[in-house]
Design a binder for this molecule. Structure first.
Ligand code: SF4
Length: 92
């Protein structure tokens, strides 16, 4: 059903005719680690994740798996250099 509580107009699994069935009766706002993620939605009630109702829980045990703003950092590598490629570079 479409949410009428915090993510107004957004289709949500937890919304029913009796109201929001998520723990606490509504979604929880994003947390600091979410800033920059493209899955953040801005609503009159504040900023909420469009995927998860409780963003803090997604960060409690590490990085959020759905975060869009962390990909760049992980794609750039982990600081290790491939020794084969490095040795080839010397001879070019
Ligand atoms: S997908 Fe993850 S990082 Fe992005 S807003 Fe939701 S909880 Fe935060």
């Amino acid at each position: 059903m479409v949410c009428t509580i915090v993510k107004e107009g957004h289709e949500c699994f937890f919304m029913t005719k009796k109201g929001c069935q998520f723990n606490g009766g509504s979604c929880h706002p994003i947390v600091e680690q979410c800033e920059g993620c493209q899955r953040i939605g801005e609503f009159p009630a504040g900023k909420f994740c469009l995927v998860y109702p409780d963003p803090a829980a997604k960060w409690r045990l590490g990085k959020c798996q759905m975060a869009t703003h962390l990909k760049e950092g992980t794609q750039k590598g982990n600081g290790k250099i491939n020794p084969l490629k490095a040795s080839k570079r010397k001879f070019q």
